[in-house]
Design a protein around this ligand. Structure first.
Ligand code: CA
Length: 524
């Protein structure tokens, strides 16, 4: 991705540009970052016609947001939480930033232990730390009031990076090292005092006022976010709000206020799927409330909104029968598999960009036009949000000189949704995550145009798919198109090398398990 590596001017130009612009020239930025929300987990139609999943989930506010802006139907994050979140904050691919797995304890590898390959020795187990470049710090320097609400999961327990305030956020509500709450319920103090699934303190901090009350975590975070926005709007500065829901990650506990919408319906779902859908609708309800709040404060026209998820939808474990009557690895259908996998279900996510209230007449929106009620097939990825938001905030002067960026400034596709730029999107997950199943093993993959190539380190095998004709990745074309496979494999290897790839380690030889290029048509 070296074509996206940008160099930024230093010196006099820097100091001239370094003066924060007046608030009216910088939009507020509201990022809705949902946890583990799958590509099909909303009523947004992202394919030719509505799917069973679209008809199952009720997300009218997300649909309304999409009508106000541009929906990207081929948007990606990475396979699991921390790698994506660090990519958002650094603008770099996990291959480069080396936080290649979710973070837990400092300097401690918790990757799975099955199969012939272990995690890279020096992956950044501590996660994002204060010494790193961070989007929040850059926006803060550019004059933004920076607010984090919800799940952080940037840095490991006990490290400075576990606290969002050490990473450039002025305000932190509810964020710490944990990747999930021990409970979503106020009655259970959001898991404080309980043992979480990770066996660590997973009680959500800062929300003591809601303890012992019948309130869902999503609602409590929404209320706190509204208050933070009200305060920010009075401060005379633009704000950046990273609205990072804990939902819809496990534990799949009902959003009590909403679960009735999914009970006793004709679909063959079970309690888990009813609860899951209520978690999704809770997020949608929150999106609606926060957009309404911006309207009531009179700042919706000055607020740019992006809605997305940090990885594909969970489908390898803990889920039950889908609305289609199918089982594991089908929750993201027509995509295959889910969170943690090399297949599309692991990384493809919903993605909408819009003004909170479109008004093409005001100068701010004339400067930063977003088409209304359009969709774009441009391939975008979570690290794009970094250069895009830096550009939106007019903050490029605060980037260090020669900072290697892998993300792309995606503003041109907001204005012209039909515009298309072919680019390589790289996915590198050199870890054993958890479940056994399709693609849940150490892998590297690349999307280029209609093609997707993937390499599995355990079996040293390649796979090739044409997503234009085979979105569900059911027909491996590696043997049929050996030349195409070799070209794409070489390109992937080159992209990985450019980003200083860390290889998995072979447990038998204790040496790096280096990617083996396909030699001839016998590769499979
Ligand atoms: Ca996640």
């Amino acid at each position: 991705m070296n074509q996206y590596v940008l160099t930024f001017a230093t010196g006099l130009l820097c100091s001239l540009l370094a003066k924060p612009l007046h608030a009216t020239e910088q939009p507020n930025i509201l990022l809705f970052l949902v946890d583990d929300l799958g590509w099909q987990d909303t009523s947004l139609v992202l394919t030719d016609k509505p799917t069973a999943a679209n008809q199952h989930f009720r997300t009218p506010n997300i649909e309304a947001l999409a009508r106000q802006g541009v929906t990207f139907t081929q948007a990606y994050s990475h396979a699991v939480c921390s790698p994506s979140r660090v990519s958002l904050m650094t603008g770099q691919n996990p291959t480069r930033h080396h936080v290649s797995n979710w973070t837990k304890l400092p300097d401690s590898d918790h990757s799975g232990t099955w199969g012939p390959n272990a995690a890279p020795r020096n992956w950044r187990k501590d996660g994002l730390q204060p010494k790193d470049v961070s989007l929040a710090k850059i926006l803060q320097q550019a004059g933004y009031h920076t607010i984090h609400v919800g799940k952080a999961h940037f840095g490991a327990y006990g490290t400075a990076g576990a606290e969002p305030k050490n990473l450039g956020f002025d305000v932190n509500i509810g964020g710490h090292a944990a990747g999930a709450p021990a409970s979503y319920w106020g009655e259970k103090n959001f898991g404080n005092g309980m043992q979480g699934a990770e066996g660590l303190p997973q009680g959500v901090p800062h929300l003591e006022n809601y303890h012992q009350k019948k309130v869902h975590l999503t609602d409590a975070l929404t209320e706190q976010a509204k208050q933070a926005i009200s305060k920010a709007s009075k401060a005379g500065k633009p704000f950046f709000l990273n609205m990072a829901y804990y939902a819809v990650h496990t534990p799949i506990e009902a959003h009590q206020r909403l679960v009735k919408h999914y009970q006793n319906r004709t679909y063959s779902g079970t309690n888990v799927e009813e609860n899951y859908a209520s978690l999704v609708e809770g997020v949608d309800d929150s999106v609606g409330k926060l957009l309404k709040h911006l309207q009531s404060l009179g700042i919706a026209e000055q607020t740019l909104v992006v809605f997305t998820s940090d990885n594909g939808g969970l489908s390898g474990h803990s889920r039950q029968t889908t609305a289609r009557g199918t089982e594991l690895n089908s929750h993201n259908f027509p995509l295959y598999a889910g969170k943690g996998s090399a297949y599309e279900g692991g990384t493809r996510v919903p993605y909408v960009v819009a003004w909170a209230k479109p008004n093409a007449q005001i100068p701010l929106q004339r400067t930063l036009p977003v088409a209304v009620n359009q969709s774009s097939a441009q391939q975008v990825i979570i690290e794009d949000l970094f250069p895009t938001f830096v550009a939106v905030a007019n903050a490029s002067a605060y980037l260090p000189a020669n900072y290697p960026l892998d993300g792309l400034d995606t503003r041109p596709f907001w204005q012209q949704p039909n515009k298309y730029q072919q680019r390589a999107l790289v996915f590198h997950y050199p870890h054993v995550w958890g479940p056994h199943g399709p693609g849940y093993e150490p892998h590297s993959a690349m999307r280029l145009g209609d093609w997707k190539v993937m390499y599995f380190y355990n079996s040293r095998t390649w796979r090739l798919y044409n997503l234009a004709t085979d979105l569900s990745e059911q027909y491996n074309l590696a043997a049929r198109y050996p030349l195409k496979l070799q070209q794409l494999a070489a390109k992937l290897q080159q992209e990985l090398a450019t980003m200083q790839v860390q290889w998995p380690v072979n447990r038998l030889t204790n040496k790096d398990e280096i990617m083996q290029l396909p030699i001839d048509s016998k590769s499979s």
